[in-house]
Write a protein that binds this ligand. Structure first.
Ligand code: CMC
Length: 431
């Protein structure tokens, strides 16, 4: 972060204040208002943080106008086509692509942590048998702090590293267990001879009664979905993780907070909501009716999987997923999948509609991912847990960056108070 010679002048009640300007390596300049309240006695007002840089970071960069997403400078489409998920995890966590030896060591460390404490199986059994896997995931990840006491001290870099590896390694196991529990099947232990994505499919779809062979095409598609969801700079769930951890809370509690935030339909819950919407639309002839509803201000309905706070152009992840959807469905022999047809026609119609053009609303990552996941055999309730397990590395990378930053301090926004001013308590019989 470089403070340039540039500054902005604020004129307020006859006084002037110089606000330093930071120049990023990419993206718009940033006004430094940290001393504003101390000097001028005013707050800034920005609900939804539409104009606020909450931190500095070197991990992920998005150019919403161009539709560009870079992790440590590498474009997401190159990572999706040339890399694999654990390599991307290494890149996000440590800042550079690994050498072959570094990658082997990292993969070994992750693989050796994929099992969960056996007592956790009992913990799962406390949930209602038909619990939504996201409900189970929030609870079990939070409960990891009760099982892994030796990686809770956030002031110790070694414990932070162990917690990071544990979370990346165990999230697929916990997500798969949440799924198995919700359908009444026995938990399946991880297999160290399988790669990260193949192992997840194995834990979700194998049963003790018969052999399960992971289809390499599906595990490659799964891996690509993991890569595309790995990080996305200061989105709502990442900001939640950062805010929760600014108090010094342990990493498992903070990641559970991130999972809770992700669950909402405006964020990671949109993938489930999008597939349910495509099913409700059902056929291309009903698309105009839903487009009209999305445009009607008196109807709360929104086109799920459409629009983004930052992208005002196609979400680059959606481009890769659209292509992936075609490939996966063709390889599975279901290329005439009616949902894919509805999705493609809905996209075409919306992108030609003045409402969506004017508001710069494009398909986002959640628009095509559900079609692929459903074709792979996942129920809609597993879509957001899959997003959560993929995003864990992003949350952890941002958390590690924040904790190691000497400027880290507790997050404490202020407010524009519009309530009553001081008044005296009224006894109940006089109200
Ligand atoms: N359908 C219809 N209208 C929309 C949509 C949509 N999907 N998205 C935004 N708009 C309209 C909105 O009504 C508003 O209109 P007006 O200016 O007339 O009031 C305008 O576009 C701007 O919308 P906003 O809600 O102020 O924008 P935001 O940046 O606060 O919200 C969003 C971004 C992603 C929450 C929103 O676009 C949305 O709700 N999309 C549907 C849910 C979704 O797909 N979420 C996944 C996001 S990407 C993955 C992730 O983050 O997890």
């Amino acid at each position: 972060m470089t403070e340039t010679q540039k500054s902005a002048t604020l004129s307020l009640n006859g006084d002037t204040y110089e606000l330093p300007i930071f120049s990023p390596t990419a993206g718009p300049d940033v006004l430094d208002i940290r001393k504003l309240y101390a000097q001028a006695g005013v707050f800034t007002y920005d609900p939804g943080f539409t104009s606020t840089a909450s931190c500095d970071s070197t991990i992920t960069y998005i150019d919403g106008g161009k539709g560009e997403l870079l992790h440590r400078g590498y474009p997401i489409d190159q990572l999706a086509s040339k890399s694999h998920y654990l390599e991307v995890c290494y890149l996000l966590l440590y800042g550079e692509l690994p050498t072959a030896a570094q990658l082997e060591d990292f993969e070994t460390r992750v693989t050796r942590h994929t099992m969960v404490h056996e007592q956790m199986h009992n913990f799962f059994r406390g949930f209602r048998r038909d619990a939504h896997p996201m409900a189970t995931l929030v609870g079990v990840v939070g409960a990891m702090s009760a099982f892994y006491h030796d990686s809770l001290d956030v002031t110790d870099p070694w414990q932070r590293e162990v917690a990071a590896i544990r979370l990346i390694a165990k999230l697929p196991t916990i997500a798969a267990m949440a799924y198995k529990y919700s359908i009444g099947q026995p938990f399946v232990y991880p297999r160290n001879d399988l790669d990260y994505a193949a192992n997840f499919l194995h834990m979700c779809f194998s049963v003790p009664a018969e052999e399960y062979h992971v289809n390499p095409i599906l595990s490659r598609a799964m891996d690509r979905i993991f890569i595309l969801h790995a990080d996305h700079e200061q989105n709502a769930s990442t900001s939640t993780v950062r805010l929760a951890s600014s108090s010094g809370a342990n990493p498992f509690a903070c990641i559970a907070a991130g999972i809770a935030c992700l669950w909402g339909p405006a964020h990671g819950g949109a993938n489930q909501a999008c597939l349910e919407m495509l099913k409700e639309i059902g056929s291309v002839d009903r698309i105009p009716e839903f487009i009209e509803r999305a445009k009607d201000k008196n109807d709360p309905f929104r086109l799920m999987g459409f629009g983004h706070r930052v992208y005002k152009n196609t979400d680059p992840r959606a481009k890769v997923l659209k292509q992936s959807a075609d490939e996966v469905l063709e390889l599975l022999g279901v290329e005439d999948n009616p949902l894919l047809q509805v999705a493609k026609e809905l996209e075409r119609t919306a992108l030609n509609d003045p409402y969506f053009i004017e508001k710069k609303l494009f398909p986002n990552v959640d628009f095509y991912s559900g079609i692929i996941l459903e074709a792979m055999g996942f129920p809609t309730s597993m879509f957001t847990p899959i997003f959560a397990l993929s995003r864990t590395v992003g949350w952890i990378s941002q958390w590690k960056e924040m904790i190691a930053d000497p400027q880290n301090k507790i997050g404490r926004p202020r407010q524009l108070y519009l309530g009553e001013t001081l008044r005296d308590y009224v006894d109940i019989e006089k109200r």
